[in-house]
Design a protein. Structure first.
Length: 168
């Protein structure tokens, strides 16, 4: 229980650090983790009590609660994710060269891992969360801005790099 959190609470915190404003809800966390509402609710209470997450009502629909990761929560995520060993491998040019020398194509490997994850999600009847940048709903406006065809809202470049519950 490093940092006083259970693994499921770390997973929820990480998810909240990479999801967009349409997905930062208890429902989003529940669907992403594939857990019961009760388990997620208890995890969110712990994250909130420890100051990693704040609840905020939606400005347009008061029935919706957003889970906003705090600066303390972001700092923890930055310290722990990605795992140090993975960060070292991708940041270190010598390690990267060793992958290349061993005949490993990291871009191909990343694509294969994404395909594997997608197949696992489909087999387990889980939603396929993904970045807006790869979604069929993303529209590119002539002025270079981005637009979600599903929500009918403008998206910033940063929004397009986050994962969404509505991804397809």
């Amino acid at each position: 229980m490093e940092h006083g959190l259970q693994p499921v609470q770390f997973d929820a915190l990480y998810y909240l650090s990479v999801c967009n404003r349409f997905s930062d809800t208890p429902k989003g966390v529940t669907e992403y983790l594939g857990l019961t509402k009760g388990t997620v609710s208890q995890s969110i209470k712990v994250l909130e009590a420890k100051g990693f997450v704040e609840k905020r009502a939606d400005l347009g629909d008061k029935r919706i609660t957003h889970l906003v990761i705090t600066s303390k929560g972001r700092a923890m995520v930055a310290d722990l994710f990605p795992a140090t060993v993975l960060k070292h491998l991708t940041d270190d040019s010598e390690s990267y060269a060793e992958f290349k020398d061993a005949g490993l194509d990291l871009e191909l490997l990343e694509e294969q891992l994404k395909t594997l994850l997608s197949l696992i999600q489909q087999q387990n009847q889980r939603k396929t969360f993904g970045q807006c940048a790869t979604c069929t709903h993303l529209r590119h406006n002539p002025d270079g801005s981005h637009f979600c065809g599903l929500t009918q809202e403008l998206l910033s470049h940063q929004d397009t790099q986050l994962i969404c519950i509505e991804h397809s």
